[in-house]
Write a protein that binds this ligand. Sequence first.
Ligand code: ADP
Ligand code: MG
Length: 366
Amino acid sequence: MIRIENLHMRYRSAQGEVDAVRGVSLQVAEGQFYTLLGPSGCGKTTTLRCVAGLEKPTSGEIGIGDHIVFSSRQAIHVPAHRRDVGMVFQSYAIWPHLNVFDNVALPLREGKKSYSGKEIEEKVRGALHLVKLGDLEKRPAPFLSGGQQQRLALARALAREPHVLLLDEPLSNLDAKLREETRLEICDLVKQLGITTLYVTHDQIEALVMSDVVAVMSMGVIVQEGPPKEIYQSPRERFVADFIGMANFIEGSVESPGEENGATGQVKTASGRLRCLLPSGSACGDSVLILVRPEDITLCHDRSTTQENVLPGRVEIVAFMGDSLDCQVMVDSQIVRMKLHPDVDLSRGQKVWLYLPPQRCRAIRR
Ligand SMILES: Nc1ncnc2c1ncn2[C@@H]1O[C@H](COP(=O)(O)OP(=O)(O)O)[C@@H](O)[C@H]1O
Ligand SMILES: [Mg+2]
């Protein structure tokens, strides 16, 4: 388990002060895969480095397993080499002058805990086997491909059988296809080992695919935390919706709030009334932003008069993406993006009606 409470980290340098982390609290349950997701500079690496003991936080508390490794209140700061963590960095930081075996063995030989030669051999072989590098132990590290170097870094982090694994954008140096393969391998491996993992990435797909829990960070704080599906489908803020995937936003004001929690209500927009899910406690007149994902909008070629949530528009741009059609429709003065099946026949200038399913229209406060 990893527990972070009210973590603050202020860097001081000649250029001035930077509040990199401003009150982060989180808990990674035993065996869980937890991801910090956010744009560059939001404090992900700093948070991870504080857990690893590579930075001394300004204040807060960090626990790993049953141990408090940092507490400003209790003046505890366990040094990095005494923390039971394995870490993989964005730059794999493998040693180019050593072969595969020795890259994994070195931290075991020089670590705090002393192992016999036979123990080291067993641990190294075990870790290399896990990452499928068992056949390459004699190869000089620079002669490995990018994906293999990344797996070597992982083997090195796992060899000591740490209690928790910390991964900082470990896939960002791989090309797209290899990244996709490797992220599945990492997922399989950590699940197989049942190791508690704190993962950092700026790639929303990576976060959605790999994680049990995603925490979206912005400017040193966590803005929303939850399972991937919840983060994607029910963002509570525009920032989260915008950062994770594509989203349409339609401004409006509440006309009639839903009777109970989870019920839909009516919102008045420039293009007409829309029924949508409202935040709890909404009242008439509240300003809201309706969020609809492009893949949730469907196309109607003619207007059925009985149906609600249908907006008229004109096709502006149709882009064939291979597996989908990315379509932009002008609705009044606003562009609405839709993701359609690639076989749908549409052309620029065509008049269409869009159906926005009420359960897929989620209003957030403005
Ligand atoms: N050693 C450092 N000294 C001063 N500022 C730093 C240092 N490391 C990071 N920062 C600043 O802290 C903020 C958060 O950085 P970082 O944690 O690396 O973000 P992320 O990993 O999310 O891209 C940034 O504004 C960055 O410039
Ligand atoms: Mg970083």
